[in-house]
Design a protein around this ligand. Structure first.
Ligand SMILES: [Zn+2]
Length: 525
């Protein structure tokens, strides 16, 4: 068995075989690309006395420290830190390699030079999208773009789109991975694609026009926007009977949302629509899709590409790698990438189902899969609902609770301070689009009960809106990405930051509670 096994979709590929092939590929990649040409990892490997040969098995990967988001951020001392992660070839070293000499003999020096340009020269970039930090660029060479196109083609295959399909891409025009992956999925997968640019570029009306004219088989976009688009389309009596696939990226996708989207598609005349999610992130320069599953069955998970990278699931506390089937934090190492390369990247994303090496029960592919829901660490926030103790609220969970709630459409969670006073307690306001003339008192009670049952929190207020109002709140048509969670506690954030740093310097107390108490003292006149 050889490397092509990693690409073969139907050949059984056990965890043992995948691990062995990935370890071989990793060693070669470290030896010929990363260690000679990455400034950051050359230094890191030296500090830890590691070499390419230190990695005989995938377990050996655990010797390598994680790279985190903060490792990539610029600092006053290193204002262009992202450059350390770009693979920059040493021409003399490349020229001495036997393979280079042989290729030059056969094809001429000029051709070899062109090949290296295509392999290494950064010609394209996407940026991270976090709101708190400055966006970090991730560079692609021509070779990386070919990989992105391959990933796009695989996405089309796994989502079971057909060459005769037409796709409306509503992801926002932006230097973000999701948009470009969808673009390459269309071109490499041979699917006629119209990229509308999303709500901000042509508005909901423009997207509806495209929906009418193209009558697409596939719509791809951010869940919040696609929901609005289909809701508006249903209200206006648009027919879209060809629709077979709704592909969603950029946000989590709950089962409740899948149901709601399928119901809306039915109103458009589309009877058998699969709602599929894609999971990816800028640092991987890749994304992975689900395949269609029966609508009464759980998703079979994100289908990974073992020849393009290694996905590990770790215990977030100890950093220890967990066996298949265990929930934990996702860590990714690319295989073969050029441009910006980040190894053992800690995503801050948690899978509750872990990895599976069993063949997919629906499409039969032997690719490793990532099962269950994925949630984001940054969406667990400290809230102060009473004066005694802080409460950790998992907004990942709240999102599922609200998406799964019947009788409501789009929603938004707003965080404020009571009376907008920075020294006051926090409050959580739920903005909800009510559906089908449900009684407001009853719906308010149901929503409160759901929140208390699942999260042990009770929203301070629940406000009902019509579709137009909720669109305005979420920024449909005005923001690049619609907002489902807004934090209108600017003073609170400032205060918390100050408090944390002052606590750490004064008494080493890292607890949020201590931080807030100290803050209030600090803020008093
Ligand atoms: Zn499958």
């Amino acid at each position: 068995m050889n490397r092509t096994s990693l690409r073969n979709r139907s050949q059984p590929c056990s965890e043992r075989v995948v691990s062995r092939l990935q370890a071989e590929q990793l060693r070669r990649y470290l030896d010929t690309v990363v260690l000679p040409f990455s400034a950051y990892y050359r230094k890191l490997f030296q500090e830890h006395r590691l070499q390419a040969e230190s990695f005989r098995t995938l377990q050996d990967l655990q010797q390598l420290p994680f790279t985190t988001k903060s490792d990539l951020l610029n600092t006053p001392a290193q204002p262009q830190r992202f450059k350390d992660f770009i693979v920059v070839p040493d021409q003399r070293l490349l020229a001495r390699r036997p393979g280079t000499i042989l290729r030059a003999l056969f094809h001429g020096r000029e051709r070899v030079k062109q090949d290296f340009e295509a392999e290494f020269r950064p010609i394209f970039a996407t940026f991270t999208t976090g709101r708190s930090a400055e966006p970090t660029p991730f560079f692609f060479s021509q070779r990386d773009l070919t990989r992105l196109a391959t990933a796009g083609r695989r996405l089309v295959e796994v989502c079971d789109a057909r060459p005769e399909d037409r796709m409306l891409n509503t992801l926002p025009f932006a230097p973000h991975l999701a948009f470009w992956l969808a673009h390459y999925a269309g071109t490499a997968g041979g699917v006629l694609t119209l990229s509308s640019g999303g709500g901000k570029v042509v508005g909901t009306d423009g997207n509806l026009r495209h929906l009418r004219k193209l009558n697409p088989e596939v719509v791809i976009g951010i869940p919040t926007f696609v929901y609005h688009l289909l809701h508006q389309a249903a209200e206006e009596g648009v027919h879209c009977e060809n629709l077979r696939r709704i592909v969603l990226g950029g946000e989590k996708v709950s089962d409740g949302l899948r149901h709601k989207l399928r119901d809306l598609a039915l109103e458009l005349g589309a009877r058998n629509v699969d709602v599929l999610a894609i999971y990816g992130f800028t640092e991987a320069k890749l994304a992975w899709p689900e395949c269609p599953s029966p609508h009464d069955q759980p998703s079979s998970g994100y289908h990974l590409y073992p020849d393009f990278g290694i996905m590990e699931v770790i215990d977030p506390q100890s950093g220890e790698v967990l066996p298949p089937g265990h929930p934990g934090e996702l860590v990714f190492t690319p295989l073969g990438a050029r441009g910006t390369v980040v190894l053992r990247y800690r995503t801050g994303d948690y899978t509750d189902g872990g990895l599976s090496y069993e063949p997919c029960p629906y499409c039969g592919r032997s690719l490793p899969r990532l099962l269950g829901n994925i949630s984001r660490r940054s969406e667990v926030k400290q809230m102060d609902f009473d004066k005694i103790k802080g409460t950790l609220v998992d907004f990942n969970e709240l999102e599922h609770v609200l998406d799964d709630a019947p009788h409501i459409g789009a929603w938004q969670v707003e965080l404020r301070k009571i009376n907008d006073d920075p020294l006051e307690l926090d409050e959580l306001i739920l903005h909800v689009q009510k559906l089908n003339g449900t009684d407001e008192t009853q719906l308010r009670r149901e929503l409160s009960e759901r929140c208390v049952t699942h999260l042990e929190i009770n929203p301070n207020r629940i406000l009902f809106h019509n579709a137009e109002e909720i669109r305005r709140l979420q920024g449909v048509g005005t923001l690049l990405k619609e907002e489902k969670l807004v934090d209108h506690r600017p003073q609170a954030r400032l205060v918390e930051n100050r408090a944390t740093s002052s606590c750490l310097s004064s008494n080493g107390n890292e607890s949020g509670q201590g931080a807030v108490v100290e803050t209030k003292l600090e803020m008093q006149p």
